[in-house]
Every structure is written in C-alpha cells, then in structure tokens.
Design a protein around this ligand. Structure first.
Ligand code: PMP
Length: 371
C-alpha cells in the first residue's frame, strides 16, 4: 500500500473509533454468554444492556425499542420479508439489501435532485394502499436526505406502517424516531465508527418486530442467536460518541465543497444531488467518456480510496440503480460513457486528505479528463 494513504470511502465503512476499539477489546477478553444466569453471563448481559441504553438515548427512545442484529442487511431483510406477500411501497433508490429482498413492491421515482418525488409518492400511496412504506433517510450513493416526516404522514393517512433505513443518516444529521414518524428504523454500527457485523432495529412503542431468525429467545424472543457481545458493546460506544459529535461531522461540508469546487472545473463532471438537501460528507458525480474502473485504479495507485458508487454494487460495470433512477428523472440514459465516482468523507478526514485528493485529481485530470 502507498505510504500515507487517503481513505475517502466512509459511506462503505468508516474507521473504528478508539472508544469503540477499546470497548470491543475489553469485552473480547472476557467470557460469558449473555443468556447464562451465572455471574459471567450476567456481566455479558450488562454490556449489552449498557449499549442498548446508549443507542436508545441517541434516538430518544426507550431501551425496550432497541433490537440488536448483525447489521442493516439483516435489519432490512427482517422488516421487508416480514411483510412478504403484502403490498410494499418503496423508493427506487433504496439500498440493495432492501430493494432485492421483496418482489411485492412498487417503486416510487425520484426527482432530478435524487429526492423521492412526493407527488408521485402520494398518488401511489392512495392507489396501492400499501401495508408497508420503506424509504431511506439518506441515500448511500448521493448523500441526499429524503423527506421522511412527509412520507410518513402520507403513509399513515393510508394506514401503512413505515420502515426507514437510517444507516447513512445516523450520527450525521440529528433526528429521532418520533420526528421521522416511523415504526421501524434500521441502523448499522460500521457506518458510525463501530465494528462491522452489528446493527439494530428501532421500533415504535407497541409494535411487534417481524422475526427473521428462529430457534432462540434472544432479543426478547425477536431475534434468535447468541448476541455479538463485543460488537454490540463497540456499537454502543460508537453511537454515544458519534451522536455527541454530529456538529463535527457537519463541518465536513467545508472539505466537501473544496473538492466539488475543484472537480467541477472539468466540464465533463456532473455532481448529483448538489441542489438537494445532502449530508455533509458525500459527493457523487459522473464523468463523461472515461471508464470508472480506470479512474478508481488511477486513484488507488496514488493511495486514494474512493468508490464507484455503492460498495455493495461495485465490481459491476453497470450504472447503479440509483444513478439510473436519477437519469430517468433527467430523461438521460446513464448506461453509456459515464463513469460514476463517490467520494465520502468521515470522522478521520483531515485537510491533508483533501489536499492529497485535489493534487491527484489534477494530475489524473490532465491525463484522463481532458475534453
Ligand atoms: N443500507 C444502507 C443505506 C447502506 O449504506 C448499507 C451499507 N452499505 C446497508 C444498508 C447494509 O448495511 P450492513 O453493511 O450493516 O449490512
């Protein structure tokens, strides 16, 4: 690996926070199944309940509304499969872990700014009368913030329950479950500086969580399987820190703007969602007439990690479903001659990283981005 690499792929995963690492390491060195009634088990249980309270506090819910699992892919599958066979209305830009796990769904289009089209949503909600509405709070590719309070209000007016994938919003913009008016929220630990392989679903009071895994009474009989005690403890520590430092995250907007000012000097670059409400850390752009893979490799050789969009769909040369959905609104075919790049900053990003990126962009630009 290049000396002093620059990591600008925080939407894929963000480095572990020191507090989370310490929490994980100390619990990993202990023994105890949290379901055991002896003192070792009770100590493990205590770690989990501390983390549950930390997450509950960060979203202004009670600890009984927090259910741990293995991450947001499981969270999204739990909710969407729980409604299988019933009508589901979701946006066309949901994460693949939501969009790919149900067939009984209708997709709401987005506007040219990558925001769910509220008029279309309202019309479809009245026509379809869904049992569940599922719309993410922040899109993982564009960083665009979705109008969840409005979509929830419309969903409730037609009697639907509401699910929201809040993975890319948690720790980045302030919100509570109640403000969003949702019944199920999915969260992932590794997007906020906790360990990978841990997540949670937050429910509204009195709502029963659908069951994905059977065969054990863990998580108040909702999710079978021995809990990942160390991971959950790290998630709790990361949640407490990230939610107390949202204002630091928002300062990343200054770095993001510097990058955008620079890359927009090339007329072949288009930034998506720039006119919509966005989280502070994400730039998603397309570049005409170059290959995304060539660009990513050129950056990688220079020690800069960025992505061609969602990490879960990269490795394919097709444009992502998010880009296609925005392209549909713009009336353009995003399938040809377009490379897409996602640059996402995070809690470890420094001024030096931005300078490094801009320097490499300019070098690569003179080679690859000439019009
Ligand atoms: N939803 C969104 C919006 C995401 O960005 C991701 C991670 N790429 C997931 C769900 C899946 O989360 P996990 O990695 O915890 O399974």
């Amino acid at each position: 690996m290049t000396k002093n690499p620059t990591y600008l792929d925080h939407n894929a995963t963000t480095p572990l926070r020191a507090t989370a690492l310490n929490a994980v390491m100390s619990v990993l060195s202990e023994v105890g199944n949290p379901s055991s009634i002896h003192s070792f088990g009770r100590r493990a249980r205590k770690h989990i309940e501390t983390a549950r309270q930390q997450i509950a506090d960060s979203l202004d819910v009670s600890s009984g509304q927090v259910f741990f699992n293995s991450g947001a892919t499981e969270g999204n599958n739990t909710i969407l499969k729980g409604f299988s066979g019933q009508r589901i209305l979701m946006s066309a830009i949901e994460h693949s872990s939501a969009i790919d796990c149900t067939v009984s769904r209708n997709l709401v289009p987005v506007t040219v700014d990558g925001v769910v089209d509220l008029n279309a949503f309202e019309q479809m909600a009245h026509d379809i009368r869904p049992a569940l509405v599922s719309i993410m709070l922040v899109n993982n590719e564009t960083g665009v913030i979705q109008p969840i309070a409005e979509t929830s209000r419309i969903a409730k007016s037609v009697g639907a329950l509401v699910h929201c994938d809040a993975v890319q919003a948690y720790g980045r913009i302030p919100f509570t479950r109640e403000e969003l008016g949702v019944d199920f929220l999915t969260l992932s630990s590794h997007k906020i500086g906790g360990p990978q392989g841990v997540g949670a679903i937050i429910t509204s009071p009195g709502i029963t969580l659908p069951k994905l895994l059977e065969g054990g009474g863990q998580e108040r009989r909702s999710r079978a399987g021995t809990e990942n005690t160390a991971g959950i403890t790290g998630f709790g520590a990361a949640a407490a820190e990230a939610s107390s430092k949202i204002s630091d995250f928002q300062k990343l907007g200054l770095f993001r703007d510097k990058i955008e000012e620079q890359i927009l000097k090339s007329p072949s670059v288009k930034i998506y969602g720039q006119n919509g409400p966005r989280v502070a850390n994400t730039t998603f752009c397309t570049i005409n007439r170059v290959s995304g893979e060539t660009l990513l490799m050129a950056f990688d050789i220079e020690g800069i990690a960025i992505s061609s969009g969602s990490a879960c769909s990269s490795g394919t040369v097709k444009p992502s479903h998010v880009l296609r959905a925005i392209g549909d609104a713009m009336g353009i075919n995003t399938g040809h001659s377009l490379a897409s790049l996602r640059i996402s900053l995070g809690h470890t990003t420094t001024e030096k990283d931005i300078e490094h990126f801009i320097k490499v962009w300019n070098t690569i630009g003179t080679r690859l981005l000439k019009d």
